[in-house]
Each structure stands twice: as C-alpha cells, then as structure tokens.
Design a binder for this molecule. Structure first.
Ligand code: PMP
Length: 462
C-alpha cells in the first residue's frame, strides 16, 4: 500500500518494482518504467511533474465525454452512498441497472431489447460467444457452435476472446489459444488488398471466402460471425463499401448470428450511438459494448441481444443461463453510464463528434504526403497514420526501426499522446475535442513524424 505523503518519484519506483502492466514488453519496461499520470480534465492529462498532454488516445478509446466532470463524480458519489452494491444474480436488481437496461434497449437498433451486464469489453464478448452455442443448442442444433472471426481483429483478453481475436504479432507461444471451432477470414483492409484488385473485387473475394468456408465446414457447425464494424486496434480498418452488409446477408442465409463488437465504435466515436446500422446498414443479433458506455469513469460492459434470441432462450421457462459476474449490474457503474448517456444527449455530442471528426479527417489527410507515411485512414474520431519504408510497394520498415514508438515518444515530449501499435500511430480522442485541438494534433504529429524520419535517414533505415 502507498505510504502517506508519497513523493512523486516514489510512485514511479513502486510501479516499476511491483506492477505488471497489460500488454507490456518486459525489456523496455525494466529500463523506462511508466509515465505517472496525476490528473485529467477534458481532453488533457497532467503528469506528476505538472507537464500537460493532449490525450489523443482518449485513455484507451474510452474517455468520450472527457475527464474531470463534476456531475459524473457527483452521480457516482451519490449512488455509492445510496447503494454501492447489491446482489444482481437470479432475481434481484437495482434502480440504475434496470434503468440502464431499458435505456440501452431504446438506443440499440431494431429488436435488440435485452441486456446482459459485464465488467468490460472482454467479458461482454466472451459471453456473446457462449451465447451463440446456447442459442443454437436451444433450437436443437448442438453442433452449431463454431465462430468465424477475421485476421487482425481484437475482441478482448480472456482466454476465449483472445482466441477469437487474432491481431498480427499478438500470439506468443507461451500462451495456448483455443483453435477448434474458430476460423479467421482475411482482414478486409483495402490499403493492403492484392495490388491487382479493385476495392470492389477485393470485397467480392472476401465474401466468397466466407461462403467457401461455410461450404467446407458446414453451416450446421458455424453458429456465429463476429466483427468490429471498424477494426480498431488491428489498425482502424474500414472495410470495403458494402462488405459488412454482404457478410451479414451471408449470415442470415445460413442462420449464423452476427455479433457486432462495438466496444470501440459505440457511444459516439464515429458520431452514432451504435455504428452497425447507422453507418453500415447491418442489423446485428448481438452488440457488445463497453468503454464509451461510461466514458471510462467506471468499468462496465454490456452484451445487448435480440428479442429473437431471448424468446428462444426463455422458451419452456425452465432453462438456466449459467454465466454471470459478481459485478454484473453494478449499481455505481450503471449510474455512471446513465449520467454519461445523459451528458452525451444534453450536449449533442454525437453531432459534435461527427462534425469535429470530419475536420479531424481533413486535417490529418495531408500527412499522407510525408515521405514516411503510407496511409492515413479512419473515420471521424478514429484515425491512424501508417508508416512505410516505401510508399509505392507499401513495404514496412524493419521492426528495429521502431518508428511508431519513436514518433509517439517525440510527440509526448511536445505534449501530445498518440498510441503506437505496430507500424501505426493511432488516435481516438474524446468527443468533446475542439477544432483548435485538432490543429494542435495535426501540427504536432507532423513535426514528430518529420523528426523521426530525419533520424531514420541518419541511421540508414531509409
Ligand atoms: N473488443 C474490442 C473491439 C476492443 O477494442 C476491446 C478493448 N480494446 C475489447 C473488445 C476488450 O475490452 P476490455 O479491454 O474492456 O475487456
């Protein structure tokens, strides 16, 4: 436990000596330790030395309404005082959980009127994947349990969800992954499509690949298809025009449930409550959500599913759903989500995200002209810059060049946080971002990329 009157530097040391951070590379961590963040307000963070950063990462795709909101703190404190916790299993509920379930049913598309609360995105996806077998089993198809996902997707960090997801480079031999009953289709990345293909041909190929898999494995063994509408940490991949809708139509033809993993894309990131229907014309059977649901003020996830699934599950009335988490329906987390949604509605943050997001797209697009940049892509408040060794062949730099981490380090020194993932620098700022803040991001990132490019040339990488 931290001693009272802890000196700032002690925090670095305590963390360095005792913490294992998620997704950490031990070598660099041993040398550098962590940046200790002390405070946050709006889009900004301050470290313990008082240096301010514009957090263009939005925490971890999640600080949608921005940090330091007094009314959020008050709503959380009030609920903690009234009822911090009560059992939510079987047949007990609480006000915030009941109200939030109804509110999510109102906001979610179509007949997605049922909600199962979890502790975050991974647990929402994990439950959704198991829900697929539950549903088909209840309909007399016990073998229809397989899941089809895509290369380069991320669906969480539990054993099951990390097996369903498959980002490049994530898989280490020390971990075991579930392989039977999980298939991965080609990542629908238009930038990396085969050179001889148009985007429309690429799309045809991707759909044909799905149909061929179903023909090979058998529709009686495939129960669900899972897709992030825009692949997030796999590289902000916006699929070819019409792709998601056509994949959904394939699912419908073969009685395969469509799970839209909207852990990142929901709650305003691209200007909608949920992106599947509003942006891509797809009516999913299940939506998984977390992150922007509470804007990161407290952990919470939700699996939102259709009346059609509910009716099958509940048929007969004697069946058990044997899955749940101590903190499912946590009253304080649910109160935070309700207040978060109220703020998004009251301040018109969906419309704001759409308009400032368009400006963000316009300001970032010219970075594609920089010699190091192969591609700038994304939508609204979900953008990334991909570095390449050769713009024409799209060849990547060797991993030792470490350019995206270096770009983010240089940007950090100039007061801007962007996230390095592989050869990308990724951004997902809060929805309250302003146009001057967009200008700062574009100018600072450009300077950082230019500086790192010069260093790479000096070191012989380019
Ligand atoms: N799905 C997607 C699309 C995600 O981006 C993430 C987290 N980045 C998850 C699931 C897992 O969510 P969590 O980390 O809250 O468990």
């Amino acid at each position: 436990m931290a001693a009272p009157n802890t000196l700032p530097n002690d925090l670095w040391q305590m963390d360095h000596d005792h913490a294992l951070h998620p997704w950490t590379n031990f070598g660099p961590f041993e040398k550098q330790g962590s940046l200790v963040i002390a405070r946050g307000e709006g889009c900004y963070l301050w470290d313990q030395g008082g240096q301010r950063y514009l957090d263009a990462v939005g925490g971890m795709w999640c600080t949608n309404i921005g940090l330091g909101r007094k009314e959020m703190a008050q709503a959380i404190a009030d609920q903690a005082e009234t009822l911090a916790f009560a059992n939510y299993f079987v047949d007990m509920t609480n006000g915030p959980a009941a109200r939030l379930a109804a509110k999510l049913a109102e906001l979610a598309p179509g007949d997605l009127n049922r909600v199962f609360f979890t502790t975050g995105g991974s647990t929402a996806v994990d439950t959704a994947v198991r829900m697929v077998s539950y549903y088909h089993h209840a309909r007399g198809n016990p073998e229809k349990t397989g899941i089809v996902a895509r290369e380069n997707s991320y669906h969480g960090s539990t054993y099951l969800t990390q097996s369903v997801g498959k980002r490049n480079g994530d898989r280490v031999e020390e971990f075991r992954y579930k392989e039977d009953g999980i298939w991965h289709l080609t990542c629908p990345n238009p930038y990396r499509r085969p050179a001889h293909m148009t985007e429309a041909q690429f799309c045809d190929d991707l759909v044909a690949e799905f149909e061929a898999l179903i023909a090979r494995v058998g529709a009686d063994r495939i129960g669900g298809f899972i897709a992030e509408p825009i692949q997030a940490s796999g590289g902000i991949i916006i699929p070819p025009e019409g792709y998601l809708r056509r994949m959904w139509q394939v699912c419908q033809r073969h009685d395969i449930l469509f799970i839209a993993d909207e852990v990142v894309t929901a709650f305003g990131r691209i200007g909608h409550w949920f992106a599947s229907l509003s942006e891509f014309g797809v009516q999913p059977d299940i939506i998984t959500s977390a992150k922007g649901l509470t804007s990161g003020y407290l952990p919470l996830g939700a699996m939102i599913f259709s009346d059609r699934i509910w009716d099958v599950m509940a048929e007969g009335g004697q069946r058990w759903f044997t899955s749940g988490l101590t903190y499912s329906g946590h009253p304080v987390s649910c109160a935070a989500a309700l207040k978060n949604i109220e703020i998004i509605e009251r301040e018109g943050l969906l419309a704001h995200a759409a308009s400032v997001g368009s400006y963000f797209e316009d300001r970032m697009a010219p970075l594609a002209d920089l010699p190091l940049v192969g591609n700038v892509r994304g939508k609204k408040l979900m953008l990334c810059v991909e570095s390449v060794a050769d713009k024409h062949t799209k060849a990547l730099l060797p991993d030792e060049a470490n350019e995206s981490k270096r770009i983010s380090d240089v940007a950090e020194g100039m007061g801007l946080l962007v996230r390095p993932i592989g050869h990308l620098n990724v951004m997902s700022p809060p929805l309250i971002l302003t146009e001057p803040q967009v200008d700062f991001i574009a100018e600072t990132l450009e300077k950082a990329i230019r500086r790192v490019t010069d260093d790479l040339v000096r070191e012989g990488f380019r």
